[in-house]
Design a protein around this ligand. Structure first.
Ligand SMILES: [Zn+2]
Length: 122
């Protein structure tokens, strides 16, 4: 689902981490997002054009310590967003009537583990 540019920053692209306010479109997937620019880069990678290596592929090619350290917080931010989305989806499942047992079963964990991770209770 595309996110309108007029809205507040509510999500970032899981690939380049630009917020929805800085891209033309941000498409949601299961806990992740991708922007129009990254879709274009993916398209170049898939089509194997030379320009493709300057965006997404560069993450995997990073070899310097400074470059890797620069990427660490970006990866942590993307992971944090995925976790926040997972929590929101669990809340939605609970709102729709799922028991903690069913949530746990869906995630391959026990009812107790699901409750401990997502209930917000202690
Ligand atoms: Zn992007």
């Amino acid at each position: 689902m595309p996110v309108s540019k007029e809205e507040a920053a509510i999500a970032v692209c899981s690939f380049c981490l630009k917020p929805n306010t800085e891209v033309k479109a941000l498409v949601a997937g299961p806990g992740v997002f991708i922007c129009d620019g990254c879709v274009a880069s993916c398209r170049r990678v898939i089509e194997q054009k030379p320009k493709a290596t300057n965006h997404i592929a560069s993450w995997e090619q990073e070899a310097s310590l400074d470059g890797v350290l620069t990427n660490l917080p970006r990866i942590a931010l993307a992971g944090s967003q995925v976790e926040q989305n997972l929590v929101a989806w669990v809340r939605r499942a609970r709102y729709l009537g799922a028991t903690w047992a069913r949530v746990g079963e869906s995630l391959g964990m026990t009812r107790q583990s699901a409750w401990e991770r997502f209930s917000g209770e202690e």
